[in-house]
Design a binder for this molecule. Structure first.
Ligand code: PGA
Length: 224
């Protein structure tokens, strides 16, 4: 299965999300995108900031292959944890959760121990984890289907990693057979074809190029 993931980070607010969704829903319906994605065994996942998740999920509820995801998930399960957003709360709205993004590791001191708990909480609530790794030093867990390789230097820099380097990392990670190997880091409409042509990449985690519906739609078109 292929995945195309939009990671809006904290860069899209309620107004810009409304504009984005209007353009995207219009594209979905005029192009019969949901049915096309089914034929290609591809799923699109939109990951809004927490306050916008329920709005987006409701607008996507009619579709089978266009889903909502969260950008992280709490490492705690339930109870008196002020400010936490748990798997139990998210499961009503999302099918996927990004876990271990390098920005969370760097800015919020996310540890491998917390990542283990987050993975368990996602799975316990039927949320498919998309585990991000920066290199072969980050722990790859055997039961995670979606592994996103995101080299730190490539994120948000406009300097996407060369395909040879991405394939070399895939080999180093030595992933189990049924793992989907995803690349993220400055993916855009110009460079996505190189990755697709290699036949080695099962999907993309996209930040900057997902912030405008028009540029994200270009990536949707390239996938197909
Ligand atoms: P980028 O972000 O596409 O802007 O490099 C990717 C990510 O951080 O997931």
């Amino acid at each position: 299965m292929k995945l195309l993931i939009a990671n809006w980070k904290a860069s899209i607010n309620k107004d810009s999300a409304a504009t984005w969704m209007t353009a995207f829903l219009n594209y979905i319906d005029t192009n019969n995108l949901d049915a096309k994605l089914a034929e290609k065994n591809t799923t699109i996942v939109i990951c809004p900031p927490f306050p916008l998740i329920s709005l987006v999920a409701e607008q996507l509820s009619a579709y089978t292959n266009i889903k909502t995801g969260s950008q992280t998930i709490s490492s705690v399960e339930h109870g008196a944890f002020t400010g936490e957003v748990t798997g139990e709360l998210l499961k009503e709205y999302v099918n996927y959760a990004i876990i271990g993004h390098s920005e969370r590791r760097a800015h919020f001191n996310l540890t491998e121990e917390e990542i283990s708990k987050q993975l368990a909480n996602a799975s316990a609530n039927n949320i498919a984890p998309i585990l991000c790794v920066r290199n072969e030093q980050d722990t790859v867990r055997p039961n995670v289907t979606f592994i996103a390789y995101e080299p730190v230097d490539a994120i948000g820099s406009g300097h996407n990693a060369p395909i040879e380097e991405v394939i070399a990392m895939k080999q180093k990670l030595n992933l189990p057979q049924n793992t989907s190997f995803i690349y993220g880091g400055s993916v855009d409409e110009q460079n996505i074809a190189t990755y697709l042509q290699s036949g080695e990449i099962d999907g993309f985690l996209v930040g900057t190029a997902s912030l405008q519906a028009e540029s994200f739609i270009k990536l949707v078109e390239a996938m197909g």
